[in-house]
Design a protein around this ligand. Sequence first.
Ligand SMILES: [Ca+2]
Ligand SMILES: [Ca+2]
Length: 157
Amino acid sequence: PTCVQLLLGDSTAACTHNSLNKLQLTAKTCTEGWQRFGCSCYYISTEVNTWDYARQDCLNRGADLVIVNSEDEQVFLTTFDRWIWIGLTDRGTQGTWKWVDGTPLTKAFWWWSEPDSATGEKDCAMMYGGVQNIPLHAWNYFRCDKKLEWICEVFFS
Ligand SMILES: [Ca+2]
Ligand SMILES: [Ca+2]
């Protein structure tokens, strides 16, 4: 099902999704400690670790590393103001970027000189903190064994 946020003012979370050809309206809330944006909930880690550790932590929470689907979501994520892992990697084929759900990267928000390595030593994407004034140029190509905070995302389905 495709979930679309309805604009109801205030902080009410309501999503519609088309199920069995019926449009259903469901009020949605996030688990305590998670923040809602659109039809997703986000959790920011309280520690730093590698990209693989971060991904497993998100899976353990019933979520996955954040997937940036839109400019609005990208801008929202910069408000956390941390250096974080995102769910994007070019493992497998150098320079071929895929999100953790297997979808190809179509809309990117790289820092101007990124992604900068052709050697294959880097495979993971991260997002800078301190980029709220340049939110669409926030990603950097990193070695996956660096230690950063991370954001998990789970979406309403
Ligand atoms: Ca997302
Ligand atoms: Ca690589």
